[in-house]
Design a protein around this ligand. Structure first.
Ligand SMILES: NC(=O)c1ccc[n+]([C@@H]2O[C@H](COP(=O)([O-])OP(=O)(O)OC[C@H]3O[C@@H](n4cnc5c(N)ncnc54)[C@H](OP(=O)(O)O)[C@@H]3O)[C@@H](O)[C@H]2O)c1
Length: 324
């Protein structure tokens, strides 16, 4: 099969089109013919060598998949050849910039015909992150106010939609050009971090009370802003706090201690149950994955460069050429 593989960690130029043997499904796994693969920032981070202990090279990246079951391994029930599925695969496993991919059947969800492969592929990793952060870790309740820092990104755009579906009041933080976009996803208020001081805007919008939940997708200054925005006993979920400015993050943790905040440092886990919940929400129109562009397998190196800017809007999806 054709795959895009890297012989070693490094820049986007390490990605090479190669011919390799297609994998076979182990017991409990399904072999999937990949129709579309969604790109995530973690793809380029792993390409650079992060989270790569024990990874075998040449390595194939890409863990968000929509496709068709080709074969089911021993003991698999509930999936048969021809079924449309989508999933987020474990980041330690080989990825899916390839024609075929295997995954534990328990991690996949049936894909409704209401979604095309290109619409479904960007949902799993970002959707699992938003769902696990807001509905599990923060246990966001209707009528609560949530601040989402990084609201225009792949995760943030789904987090805004999920929080709005939950019945919460959403305050999104993004740059000027994304304000209308974030409003259109369901944010009640949007703060332009390039023109306004987030630390002053949140008290103004909440009558000095602060928000119940803050979700920081950015890290560094974002983490400090999230901690400062919360009311006493508020809940803060963060993904990247310490990868940007460690000293600032530690100062924010110290300040958070004085407000008795719940801090949830999170790494998303693939979960079949969450996938099925996301599939239902997407089918009913409450969650719409935002697609920036659809590219061929040969366009991935360029797409990684775009992702690395941290200012893309919507997801980039590889189209493997299967009809949807
Ligand atoms: N720990 C985990 O489990 C986990 C899971 C998923 C993702 N992540 C990480 O979370 C981050 C976000 O992921 P993503 O997929 O949403 O990335 P993305 O699609 O690249 O989005 C990045 C967003 O950050 C926004 N941004 C940049 N600087 C900002 C600032 N100072 N204030 C507010 N927004 C800012 C950008 O919006 P503007 O263009 O409007 O500035 C952009 O929309 C990545 O680093 C990713 O690796 C971690």
């Amino acid at each position: 099969m054709k795959a895009l593989a890297a012989r070693a960690p490094g820049g986007p130029e390490t990605l090479e089109l190669v011919d390799v043997d297609a994998p076979a499904p182990a017991p409990g796994e399904i072999l999937v013919k990949v129709a579309a693969c969604g790109l995530n920032p973690v793809d380029y981070k792993i390409r650079m060598g992060y989270f790569s202990e024990g990874r075998r090279y040449p390595a194939v990246y890409g863990w968000d998949v929509a496709g068709v079951v080709d074969r089911a391994g021993e003991g698999v029930t509930g999936f048969a050849p021809g079924d449309r599925v989508f999933y987020f695969a474990p980041l330690g496993a080989p990825g899916a910039y390839a024609e075929y991919h295997t995954v534990a059947a328990s991690l996949a969800a049936p894909m409704s015909s209401a979604l095309s492969f290109a619409e479904a592929a960007p949902l799993p990793l970002a959707g699992n992150t938003a769902y696990q952060a807001l509905l599990r870790r923060a246990d966001l309740k209707p009528e609560e106010t949530v601040l989402i820092i990084g609201a225009a990104g792949g995760v943030g755009s789904l987090a805004v939609q999920l929080a709005a579906w939950r019945g919460a009041r959403v305050i999104g933080v993004c740059s000027t050009g994304n304000m209308e976009y974030v409003s259109s996803l369901g944010a009640s208020e949007v703060i332009d971090y390039t023109a306004r001081d987030v630390n002053a805007e949140v008290p103004r919008l909440t009558g000095g009370v602060g928000v119940d939940v803050a979700f920081d997708l950015v890290g560094g200054a974002g983490f400090s802003q999230a901690a400062a925005a919360l009311r006493p006993h508020g809940r803060l979920v963060f993904l990247n706090a310490f990868t940007r400015d460690y000293d600032k993050a530690m100062a924010a943790v110290n300040a958070a201690r004085l407000k008795n905040l719940d801090l949830h440092c999170m790494i998303v886990q693939p979960e079949g149950g969450v996938m099925r919940a996301l599939a239902r929400l997407a089918e009913r129109g409450f969650l719409k994955p935002q697609v920036d562009r659809v590219i061929p397998l040969t366009g991935v190196a360029e797409a990684h460069r775009r992702l690395e800017t941290m200012h893309g809007r919507g997801k980039i999806v590889i189209d493997m050429g299967l009809p949807c």
